[in-house]
Design a protein around this ligand. Structure first.
Ligand code: NAP
Length: 250
């Protein structure tokens, strides 16, 4: 069986997806910066009878990503699937806007994803088979207040994924775009609206990956609302988003 390279595998969603895919018999190349967390994941997968390889790597460094791919393939064989989950964001309010915050959020979410695609796509095209899975967010459907950098970065991931899917049609390579709402990765933190438990989220994502679905958006109520918001005329969306935001700020 060919390998799956998963970025963001040291914690949260990526770690749970890696664990699940390995349990289902898929050899996993686990990528992130925190080596000790990757090692504990590989040990856990090995104890459960699966195959995994840890590769510490910063996805914003294209050379490091290429090296991770080479070393991963030398251990577990050709990469048949890339699951680019590494990413994240924080608040970037307009009144305290800093270009450096935008740069770091874009570097990991957008360029981190692009660096990984660049490292695996040529071989997939040569073999005429492969699967690229990208991690967007419902926060990227339209501009949201106070998280401009994250919202814009995820919108870039969405458009990148759609462009690739259109262009790669007929090449044997599928593209899956995952767009979740809030996922409960840190149980000690306050709950957010329609938040999905980590295990349930990973299950949804793995289901979509294995079926090679083009899109995976959840939870349903928030995905539906975000889809409707995308179609609203600008003034209506502006009024609605501002009202909800003021309501949340109290
Ligand atoms: N949680 C949510 O509610 C939610 C909702 C929608 C979408 N998402 C998306 O889902 C993904 C995972 O989020 P999460 O909540 O599971 O966050 P998390 O627990 O903070 O995990 C982020 C992962 O990305 C890795 N990472 C970050 N920067 C990296 C870099 N420069 N190079 C390599 N790896 C890097 C981290 O590993 P190291 O620190 O070890 O490098 C970690 O494994 C993100 O793309 C996020 O935007 C999350």
């Amino acid at each position: 069986m060919q390998a799956t390279l998963i970025t963001g595998a040291s914690s949260g969603v990526g770690r749970d997806v890696a664990r699940r895919l390995a349990r289902m018999g898929h050899p996993v190349i686990a990528v992130a910066r925190r080596r000790e967390l990757l090692d504990s994941l590989v040990a856990e997968i090995g104890d459960a009878g699966g195959r995994a390889h840890a590769q510490a790597c910063d996805v914003t460094d294209p050379g490091a990503v290429r090296e991770a791919v080479q070393k991963g393939e030398a251990t577990l064989g050709p990469i048949q699937r890339l699951v680019a989950i590494a990413g994240g964001g924080r608040k970037t309010p307009a009144r305290d806007l800093r270009a450096s915050d935008f740069e770091s959020i874009f570097r990991v979410n957008v360029m981190g994803t692009v660096n990984c695609i660049e490292a695996v796509l040529p071989a997939m095209l040569e073999r005429r088979c492969g699967h690229i899975v990208t991690m967007g967010s419902l926060a990227g459907y339209r501009g949201l207040p106070a998280v401009g950098a994250y919202s814009a970065a995820k919108a870039a991931v969405h458009n990148l994924s759609e462009s690739l899917r259109l262009e790669l049609r007929g090449t044997g390579i599928d593209v899956t775009l995952v767009t979740p709402g809030f996922i409960r990765t840190k149980p000690h933190k306050a709950r957010k609206p329609f938040q999905v438990e980590l295990e349930r989220a990973a299950e949804r994502i793995c289901g979509a990956i294995l079926l090679r679905r083009p899109y995976c958006a959840f939870p349903m109520p928030l995905a539906f609302a975000s889809g409707v918001a995308r179609c609203l005329p600008h003034p209506v969306y502006g009024w609605l988003a501002r009202s909800l935001w003021r309501g949340r700020k109290g």
